[in-house]
Design a protein around this ligand. Structure first.
Ligand SMILES: Nc1ncnc2c1ncn2[C@@H]1O[C@H](COP(=O)(O)OP(=O)(O)OP(=O)(O)O)[C@@H](O)[C@H]1O
Length: 256
């Protein structure tokens, strides 16, 4: 692994993305310190997935830079790829392989020695409570199992930063508890995590840092305490992204 660095785990500077002449990521600046656990929150369509995809090298930005521990994601993609583990939105899995085969294949493609791959795959399957799933074809996996094998794939090469797009969406409470405990352990062991979520309670429970994105712009970022100023994150979020006044109007035909 590379020498210790004091650079932020993730630094986004002026990131821009347009789709069909519409600015969906609008000059996003964000610094995630090393050792931070940051929750990126925003409404549907706010630009979370697009931002995270550009941050990790899955989508080329129209402008701006992304650096992982000081390494330019688009300038040195291979070095950056060694430092980051990614759980992308809608991860496509090889459906006709078992969980163990997926991890083995990925580890070998990443250039890890076969013995290391075998040992890590075994340990990840055990910790994620996927031992039986290790022998089951991915096509038969539940949503929670898919998220867990996705997390195992992100962790296999021992990255220093995890970037996870909605890792707990549609996951049952038992699997969620396992995932949360692994993420907390990863941070306790010196790693950094960025995750996106719609669930404010989850972000309040897990994350020491938060960034709020609205219509492609970061409208607040910092420690949870700085962003919430002692209030519930949900209230602060609604205030920041602007509650629409007329939301409760209409549907009068539902009233008795
Ligand atoms: N490949 C694409 N082509 C065109 N428009 C896109 C594309 N990807 C995303 N968009 C648009 O960009 C905007 C931001 O999408 P994005 O998926 O980043 O939002 P999000 O905050 O992750 O939303 P959600 O919470 O619903 O997952 C949306 O309006 C979306 O429709």
């Amino acid at each position: 692994m590379s020498a210790a660095t004091t650079e932020p785990a993730l630094q986004l500077t002026g990131l821009v993305k347009e789709f069909d002449d519409r600015l969906v990521v609008d000059h996003v600046d964000l610094t995630v310190p090393q050792g931070a656990f940051l929750g990126l929150v925003g409404q549907n369509g706010a630009g979370k997935t697009t931002t995270l995809s550009m941050a990790v090298g899955l989508l080329r930005p129209d402008g701006g830079r992304a650096r992982i521990l000081g390494v330019d994601v688009w300038g040195e993609p291979e070095r950056a790829g060694e430092l980051v583990g990614v759980l992308p939105d809608g991860l496509a899995l090889p459906e006709r392989l078992t969980g163990r085969e997926v991890l083995t294949y990925l580890g070998l493609v990443r250039g890890l020695p076969p013995a290391v791959v075998a040992e890590r795959a075994e340990e990840l399957l055990a910790v994620l409570e996927l031992e039986r799933a290790g022998r089951t074809l991915v096509i038969d996996y539940s949503t929670g199992m898919r998220k867990k094998i996705g997390l195992a794939m992100a962790l296999l090469h021992a990255p220093r930063l995890l970037v996870l797009d909605e890792p707990l969406e549609a996951v049952d409470p038992v699997s969620a508890a396992t995932i949360k405990s692994i993420l907390r352990g990863f941070v306790a062991g010196g790693g950094s995590v960025v995750l996106s979520s719609h669930v404010m309670a989850l972000v309040e429970q897990l994350c020491g840092h938060v960034a709020v994105i609205d219509r492609g712009r970061v409208v607040a970022a910092g420690t949870l305490a700085e962003v919430t100023a002692g209030r519930a994150l949900e209230d602060r979020f609604v205030e920041l992204v602007g509650a629409r006044e007329d939301r409760d109007r209409g549907l009068t035909w539902l009233s008795r």
